[in-house]
Design a protein around this ligand. Structure first.
Ligand code: ADP
Ligand code: MG
Ligand code: MG
Length: 931
């Protein structure tokens, strides 16, 4: 069949847009040729030929005949002959698929050389040294790639020759030395293959093409595709590019190099790259000699430099993108050998977007679309100094990006004390719990030895924008000794470590970090984004500090303010516990009365930070026992206290016993003993009174009473609000009074009250009645009619089903997709992530972890239905999403698609969400919901 299919395209014919067929390198060689750039002539053998080869394990019928025809055309075009003894045509045989896979497949240079064409090359160039240099390169590359002979055999011989003649570098080798190298290489080939080096250039070409095709299924390439999730519809087979050789190794007016049209590290609009004079392509990457910076070319080869700048301008204006390109200069003539879109860091992407738009190179739309929102994360947190090359002690999971250094502290209380005292600390724990939150506030970063990327530590750290490494299992923590063991190394409390939450690495000592910068360019880019998007981007923030930061990141309000975070700080927790432990409604009310002014002040702080913008306050959500110590901890403490009491009792008898048994010894230590006894009784008084222990026993009893089989499905959220109306009432009052007080100060505020875990319309109505009553009371006492909104979380499946009726009472909905995902899958998150989800995603039962990437096919459909039902009742209904998915670009596209009004995510993700929201709008016509 081979004859009927076109397997080969000349560079001046191939479709520069068809990367699937021609590979990225081939397509761009065609495109550059066709826009008139100086590309050495050649042709591309398609990926379809590769697939045909792989199917039958041989080149398709007729392929080599077609290759011959194209070589003949090349001979005509260049006036050279393939294998000619006078004016030989040499080619490179280069792999290239539609996805760039750096270093995975191979390229053979200088193909077509044999004993006769070598002489031709010598005659033609009158440069014997160059010819032998080229020859030995070819034998080695062909030997390695086409004949599968390991490089080390060639390198060993090369080194031996260099040593023999005292040459330091390959450029120091003279003609006769290179002759010796080539002769030795020939022998190596003979020895390894049992055959002489193939002399027929067509045979060379046939073997080379087959070898490149073959490399597509080589272990290296297959592993790479697996690692980077390159699927068949992204890249299927490699093309082979046959390209006339041009020589950068023809003397000092020749060179080879690689360039970026702009600086890929900073985005600065200056050509950037390296070159080597008198060298061939692979030398630059191989690091055989140290290349020079392109800027030096301006003085060394001014004319070529001018051409290079012209090439750079033409590449950029054609591709409308920063290009990463390869070039060679042969005797003063510049050739372009490859181009592709430049890979840049986030900083460079942002800067080039803004500058290319300002220069009229690209549209605003393109400026927004060319950046993957996720990479902005790099810019928003401190990073390890870019030049740092140290070795890490251990590696865990990259749970929250950014780098931080500080002294190790093993518990949240110590973290709080030392942090408050101004020390930089890293909180290191096996895993963290909600009651550790006060330690988070004071820590630079968090390191845990257990838990995944969505463990408590990870979620909270991400919310606060603090670096976190989780699940670092090499670390064994010994709480009692206040030390941790990593292999041979022992770390003590107070030792300094550095964590990199972007990679999961843990380092000993302080590693320099660089600060996040919200550059002018970023601000500009994101302001363009805001002009385009329809979705508003809000932040999840629980404190005035978080709120202020979120605002700096461009949040358009607070979509989720979790009141329980406020309950957890050390000065409030005792009052909260008192409230929980209260035996009577009056006692509970008394504790709540003390909490009211504190919450009111919290809300005032947040309202002030967000003045002019909406702030959505969620009423208390977690089950009460989360504010109490665990039963196990209490049991242990009680047991310890009993033990201590017994021990002290024993000690109290010590002086008498001693006096009786050994009066002399007693005399000797009498003073010390008296002191000790005094100390003990002081201690006893303060720590061991009957009621310390009995108090703990009361708490333990309560903790046991509050214990639930399924806390996530237990007594929490609105169910607390129904059973303890006084708790929700206090919170509602705090919100409305804070709003009234701010309004009196002349601040414009937009409070919204949100009820969690609602399942029935009746629950929502019940809470709404509290709100109406308290609103009227506040109006009476404060003399101000506070405007506010009342709404519901949708995080229970039933609430989605009842969305139509819910919208009669709720003015807004906010999807809590973390809980909704758990409920929809009937997965308990921690169990799922620790036990079976990895197997599900690895074996393809699920594409992604639904707790990280919104499950559009399931959870998304519930959302869609709820939006429709809700808006059918109330077309003005405001709908948003809070929960981690709100900051995920793919999920944001879906939220736009189903007509949400806003997404709410953690502060540091706000810029990412702003860009993603703009892209969602720009790409809305192309959106296809996964089915
Ligand atoms: P890779 O994909 O690994 O970059 P390439 O096919 O681009 O492999 O080639 C490797 C090196 O050889 C590059 O530096 C390239 O510029 C150089 N090279 C490839 N073809 C030619 C040619 N026809 N003339 C001169 N140098 C070439
Ligand atoms: Mg290349
Ligand atoms: Mg929830």
């Amino acid at each position: 069949m081979g004859g009927s299919k076109q397997y080969i395209y000349d560079f001046d014919k191939g479709d520069g847009k068809n990367k699937m067929l021609l590979g990225g390198k081939g397509a761009n060689l065609c495109e550059m040729t066709q826009i008139g750039l100086n590309v050495p002539p050649g042709f591309t053998i398609t990926t379809e030929a590769c697939l045909a080869y792989l199917e039958k394990n041989q080149l398709p019928d007729g392929l080599m005949d077609a290759v011959k025809t194209h070589i003949q055309a090349l001979e005509k075009k260049t006036g050279k002959g393939f294998g000619s003894g006078k004016n030989p045509l040499l080619v490179s045989v280069r792999s290239g698929s539609s996805m760039s896979m750096p270093g995975m497949m191979d390229t053979i240079l200088n193909l077509g050389l044999n004993e006769s064409s070598l002489q031709g090359l010598i005659k033609l160039t009158a440069n014997e040294r160059f010819a032998y240099d080229t020859y030995r390169r070819f034998i080695q590359l062909f030997g390695k790639i086409a004949l599968d002979i390991s490089d080390e055999h060639f390198d060993k011989h090369m080194t031996a020759v260099k040593r023999k003649f005292g040459a330091l570098q390959d450029v120091d080798l003279k003609t006769e030395h290179l002759q010796e190298v080539a002769a030795g290489f020939m022998e190596i080939v003979q020895r390894h293959t049992g055959k002489p080096f193939p002399q027929d250039p067509y045979e060379q070409l046939e073997i080379a093409v087959g070898a490149v095709f073959h490399s597509w299924m080589g272990k290296r390439a297959v592993d790479y595709r697996k690692q980077f999730k390159i699927t068949r519809d992204m890249a299927n087979g490699t093309a082979v590019n046959v390209c006339t050789m041009v020589f950068g190794n023809m003397g000092n007016d020749s060179a080879t190099g690689v360039g970026f049209t702009r600086n890929p590290g900073t985005g600065e609009n200056i050509i950037y790259g390296e070159y080597l004079t008198n060298a061939q392509g692979e030398d630059v990457v191989a690091g055989i000699r140290t290349p020079k910076a392109i800027s030096e070319m301006e003085t060394e080869m001014p004319e070529i430099y001018r051409q290079l700048i012209e090439l750079r301008d033409r590449l950029e204006s054609h591709y409308q993108e920063v290009q990463d390109f390869e070039f060679t200069i042969e005797k003063g003539i510049l050739y372009c050998l490859q181009t592709r879109n430049g890979k840049m860091n986030a900083r460079a992407m942002v800067r080039t977007s803004v500058e290319m738009f300002n220069a009229g190179l690209i549209t605003r739309e393109r400026a927004l679309l060319r950046i993957d929102p996720a990479i902005l994360e790099q810019l928003l947190v401190p990073q390890l100094a870019p030049n740092f090359r140290g070795k890490s002690l251990a590696q865990g999971l990259p749970a929250s990006p950014g780098a931080a250094s500080g002294k190790i502290v093993f518990d949240a209380d110590t973290a709080e004390i030392r942090g408050r005292a101004g020390e930089k600390i890293i909180l290191v724990r096996e895993e963290t719990k909600p009651e550790d939150i006060h330690g988070f506030f004071q820590a630079e970063g968090i390191l845990t030895s257990r838990g995944g990327k969505t463990s408590h530590a990870a979620v909270v750290a991400r919310g606060m924008g603090k670096p976190c490494v989780s699940g670092c299992e090499q670390i064994v923590i010994n709480d009692a000794l206040r030390s941790a063991q990593i292999g041979e190394t022992t770390l003590h409390e107070g030792d300094v470590i550095t964590i990199n939450g972007g990679t999961g690495h843990v380092y000993a000592g302080e590693v320099p970090t660089v600060h996040a910068e919200f550059s002018q360019e970023m601000a500009t880019l994101l302001s363009w984004a805001d002009e385009v998007s329809r979705l508003k981007v809000m932040a999840n923030a629980d404190t005035p500090n978080d709120a202020a930061r979120a605002r700096e990141f461009g949040a358009m309000g607070i979509g989720l303010c979790r009141t329980e975070r406020m309950f957890n700080s050390t000065d409030r927790l005792p009052i909260v516990q008192e409230m929980i432990l209260a035996e009577t409604t009056e006692a509970r009310q008394a504790a709540l009365d003390r909490l009211l002014p504190i919450q009111r002040a919290d809300f005032k702080g947040i309202f002030k930070a967000m003045k002019g913008l909406p702030v959505t306050v969620r009423l208390l959500d977690p089950p009460m026992h989360e504010f109490l110590p665990t039963a196990a901890q209490l049991e242990l403490e009680i047991a310890h206290l009993h033990q201590l009491r017994d021990t002290i009792k024993g000690l109290e008898e010590l002086p008498d016993t001693l006096k009786m048994l050994n009066p002399k010894l007693y005399q000797q230590y009498a003073d010390g003993l008296t002191k000790l006894m005094g100390g003990l009784s002081d201690f006893k008084e303060s720590h061991l009174e009957e009621d310390v222990i009995s108090k703990k026993e009361v708490v333990l009893k309560k903790v046991r009473a509050l214990a639930e089989v399924n806390p996530m499905l237990g007594h929490r959220g609105v169910r607390l609000g129904i059973t303890y109306p006084e708790i929700y009432s206090m919170q509602i009052r705090a919100v409305l009074e804070a709003a009234a007080l701010c309004a009196k100060e002349g601040l414009e505020i937009h409070p919204e009250i949100m009820v969690p875990q609602v399942a029935t319309v009746e629950e929502l109505k019940r809470i709404h009645s509290y709100v109406q009553r308290i609103h009227a009371e506040v109006k009476a006492t404060q003399g101000i009619d506070v405007k506010f909104k009342f709404g519901s979380m949708l995080e229970v499946v039933r609430a989605c089903m009842r969305a139509g009726r819910m919208a009669e009472t709720a003015e807004f909905f906010s999807f809590g997709t973390n809980d909704l995902t758990q409920a929809t899958f009937s997965f308990s998150r921690e169990d799922a992530e620790n036990k079976f989800l990895p197997a599900y995603t690895e074996t393809g039962i699920l594409e992604d972890n639904p707790f990280e990437v919104l499950d559009i096919k399931g959870v998304g459909q519930l959302m869609k239905m709820a939006v429709q039902k809700g808006r059918a009742t109330n077309p003005e209904l405001k709908v948003g999403i809070c929960g981690e998915h709100g900051g995920h670009p793919g999920s944001i596209r879906f939220c736009h698609h189903v007509g949400l009004n806003y997404v709410s995510c953690s502060g540091p993700r706000v810029p990412i969400a702003r860009l993603a929201a703009a892209q969602a709008k720009l790409l809305e016509d192309k959106y296809q919901e996964p089915v």
